[in-house]
Design a protein around this ligand. Structure first.
Ligand SMILES: C[S@@+](CC[C@H](N)C(=O)[O-])C[C@H]1O[C@@H](n2cnc3c(N)ncnc32)[C@H](O)[C@@H]1O
Length: 479
């Protein structure tokens, strides 16, 4: 006998729709409903629109016509014989998963129990809290659920890519810039640095991001792409910018759910940002619709598998803030992006700019960013490790007082791959061996008076910004 519908709202509706949409690969609620109903002869003309409206309201279907969607969903999801639409409606989240075909249940659980915590305010979460980590679906199958060990701040681990050790860097005479962020104290050291007057880049970038988010260009590019996922590249250490981005992305009517991933090589920087965002999430309207996670890995090492996972729910907006691209090989960055991005994705780059020929004062300002007590404090642990790798007994404060900060044409000194860029090069002489501690590139922007530095380069991934042409795009767009 078919169970009767009880009155009131549909339990765990949001989660049921999330699971169903992902299993059926539907981008929007309307395309999902249309796909499930696939209107037939005897259906009323308004079946699709009425269903969408009822789902939005969360009200239970009471008429035979309105239960059709759920019956067809059971069919579309390939549920076992005997699972009727009304059972999907009445089920709580665990029972709903139990009604799915066996080979889809683990996948479905992964969608909603990410990081050990369900994205639901329902009583199924309460059961989870009370220690019942196993659910019994209506099909009677006991299911394993990820352990509820944490507070849900998931960091996914990509196991490809590598970080050069300081000893190897010392032998190669160039220290991998990732080293500055691998220490447990790095997040605190970074926020101390960005809050000093000597290093204004962070707040300049934050202000220009705010300005960018108010432009028609930002909204135009975003609205054409309608991304389901935001991947913030080298994204640790900028949570106040994440707040701005999240607010803007969530303000879009098409953003029903948003994956927001901080992709970073530093666990500490990522953890610090995730915690900050959670703490301030009450200031972000619609935050309950966000799947916020860290992805631990190298942004220069995206590959096809990563691309597939990333695009599961639709297009991706890639963002790299803070002039961080200027610390990387731009060519390696765009090659990696080419492997990770797909047609129709979008890219926003915050880049430091110069207007080509620097005046004395501009050159001094650029050098001073890397030649000040706050910066020396920030690089101190790495300098100490470099001295260790060199078996030097020199005191690190003494070594820090000797660092050399120079400006060079980026391409000529192999610090940049972009034409006419200027690089700040920080070096230290260790027992007669010159070691490059850091480099930072600024691209040339002719109309720098019209674009506050750092500028934003935006584009659709196909066409304007892609591999080699992207390198030109940086200089061309800046011009
Ligand atoms: C300068 S800090 C923070 C920049 C920040 N996005 C901003 O807007 O201010 C640079 C961040 O990039 C990360 N990072 C550096 N190189 C990376 C790489 N190759 N792959 C992933 N993350 C990287 C560091 O761990 C650090 O969190």
């Amino acid at each position: 006998m078919t169970p009767k519908l009880k009155e009131a709202g549909i339990p765990d509706l949001k989660q049921k729709l999330l699971i169903s949409r992902r299993l059926l690969n539907a981008r929007s609620l309307s395309s999902f409903v249309e796909q499930v109903i696939s209107p037939q002869k005897d259906d009323s003309e308004n079946l699709v629109t009425n269903t969408i409206e009822n789902l939005r309201k969360g009200s239970k279907p009471t008429k035979p016509e309105s239960i059709k969607f759920w019956d067809r969903l059971a069919y579309g999801l390939n549920c076992p014989d005997g699972v009727k639409g009304v059972m999907l409606v009445e089920a709580d989240l665990d029972e709903f998963i139990g009604h799915l075909p066996e080979d889809h249940r683990a996948l479905a659980m992964g969608f909603v129990y990410k990081g050990g915590k369900a994205n639901t305010g329902s009583d199924s979460t309460e059961r989870q809290k009370s220690g019942d980590t196993r659910a019994r679906g209506a099909a009677g199958v006991r299911q394993m659920r990820p352990l509820d060990l944490t507070d849900g701040r998931a960091v996914w681990l990509r196991t490809t890519g590598m970080v050069q050790t300081i000893a190897t860097g010392f032998r190669a005479r160039k220290i991998d810039q990732k080293q500055y962020y691998l220490d447990p104290d790095s997040a605190t050291a970074w926020s101390t640095l960005v809050n000093t007057r000597d290093y204004p880049t962070y707040h300049q970038c934050e202000n220009s991001l705010q300005a960018l988010l108010a432009t028609e260009q930002w909204h135009g590019v975003l609205d054409r792409s309608q991304p389901a996922t935001a991947l913030i590249l080298a994204g640790g250490g900028a949570p106040t910018k994440d707040l701005l981005l999240l607010r803007s992305l969530l303000s879009k009517a098409y953003t029903e759910y948003l994956h927001y991933y901080l992709f970073d090589i530093s666990f500490w920087m990522t953890k610090d940002s995730l915690e900050w965002i959670h703490k301030h999430s009450h200031n972000i309207d619609g935050f309950e619709r966000v799947d916020l996670s860290g992805v631990y890995g190298d942004v220069l090492d995206m590959n096809e598998d990563f691309k597939t996972g990333l695009h599961r729910d639709g297009r991706v907006v890639f963002v790299i803030t803070g002039g961080t691209i200027g610390n990387l090989s731009e060519a390696a960055f765009f090659r990696s992006l080419d492997r990770g991005a797909d047609e129709g994705d979008i890219l926003f780059i915050g880049a430091e700019t110069t207007n080509g020929k620097l005046s004395e004062a501009e050159a001094k300002a650029l050098r001073d960013k890397y030649d000040n007590p706050a910066l020396r404090r920030f690089i101190r642990p790495v300098v100490k490790a470099v001295l260790g790798a060199a078996h030097s007994h020199e005191d690190e404060d003494n070594a820090l007082s000797r660092i050399h900060v120079d400006l060079q044409p980026g391409i000529e000194v192999n610090a940049s791959d972009v034409k006419e860029s200027t690089s700040v090069i920080v070096t230290l002489d260790v027992d007669g061996r010159e070691v490059t501690l850091a480099t930072s590139n600024s691209v040339r922007a002719v109309r720098v008076d019209r674009v506050r530095s750092p500028i934003w380069v935006a584009g659709r991934v196909s066409g304007l910004v892609r591999t080699e042409s992207a390198l030109q795009a940086v200089s061309v767009y800046a011009e």
